[in-house]
Design a protein around this ligand. Structure first.
Ligand SMILES: [Zn+2]
Length: 285
């Protein structure tokens, strides 16, 4: 039985104290996965400034790294900056690995609202586009699909595709523009959305947990429907022979027990995505 490769380094979690209970989500997710599923952790090199500048204006990158402009977390704690090389590096290296292995996972979030020279909404650098650009320029990959099933629209990704004239190389599927926000219509449209990725050499899939109907910032799918969503995506990639890398993206539900607030409902959804991934890909060669 093959193990699912997960590109995790503890440094992708920032030590900066923030209010959000989901700040440590990658660490929590990986802890649950290690205890439950056949995964293997891969170390990796962080992204470089050259990598960041493949998808962003060099002036913007410099302004972020010198704290001349607000970052996506709106923190002025310099320790936050280190985590950015590791989050973007996780997706970049996982994507590269998926090309040869067929499947890889990056336990990361916080990418799709980062545009060519701006950022907001907990996103600073766009790891999706940094990974895509790196592979388009440094490998024989011709076409990449970015399938963004976070509940929110990937406006930053759209901006970078437009500013860098990447329409021919990137098929970007994101909310509002590409798919309906109503349960039955979304599920009925799913096969067509996937069909649009048939010619891609790689799929980058944001398996957002905030598409869930109980999410305070979204969503419209039940837990079973989210599992169905993930299974259809993984099945499509497997059957078509298209390498796929997936990451966590959004998810904001919390639960309270004994006065402690946890993100267990979100972890449960990411666990379900991993279960479907294992079921469909664990026999991959
Ligand atoms: Zn979201």
């Amino acid at each position: 039985m093959n193990r699912i490769p997960v590109f995790f380094d503890p440094r992708l979690v920032s030590d900066v104290p923030v209010e959000s209970p989901s700040a440590g989500k990658p660490r929590d997710v990986v802890r649950e996965w290690l205890a439950r599923y056949p995964i293997e952790l891969h170390g990796y090199a962080p992204a470089t400034i050259v990598d960041l500048c493949r998808a962003h204006s060099p002036a913007f990158v410099q302004d972020i790294l010198t704290m001349q402009v607000p970052n996506g977390m709106e923190t002025d704690d310099v320790r936050f900056l280190d985590s950015l090389y590791w989050t973007t590096g996780s997706l970049l290296n996982a994507a590269r690995h998926a090309l040869s292995r067929g499947i890889a996972v990056s336990p990361t979030s916080g990418f799709h609202h980062a545009g060519y020279d701006y950022c907001w909404g907990f996103c600073t650098f766009n790891g999706l586009m940094i990974a895509a650009q790196s592979l388009l320029t440094k490998s024989n990959v011709q076409k990449i699909g970015i399938l963004d099933f976070d509940q929110h629209r990937g406006d930053g990704t759209e901006d970078i595709v437009r500013r860098l004239n990447l329409d021919a190389q990137i098929t970007h599927i994101t909310g509002l523009a590409n798919y309906p926000r109503e349960k039955q219509a979304f599920l009925a449209t799913l096969p067509q959305l996937l069909e649009a990725l048939s010619a891609c050499d790689l799929i980058i899939y944001q398996a957002g947990a905030d598409q869930h109907e109980n999410d305070p910032l979204g969503g419209f799918l039940s837990s079973a429907e989210m599992r169905y969503r993930d299974a259809r995506v993984f099945d499509f990639a497997k059957i078509q022979g298209i390498p796929l890398v997936w990451n966590l993206a959004g998810g904001y539900q919390t639960a309270e027990s004994d006065g402690t607030i946890s993100i267990q409902p979100v972890l449960d959804l990411h666990n379900a995505t991993m279960e479907e991934c294992v079921r469909i890909f664990q026999d991959n060669q």
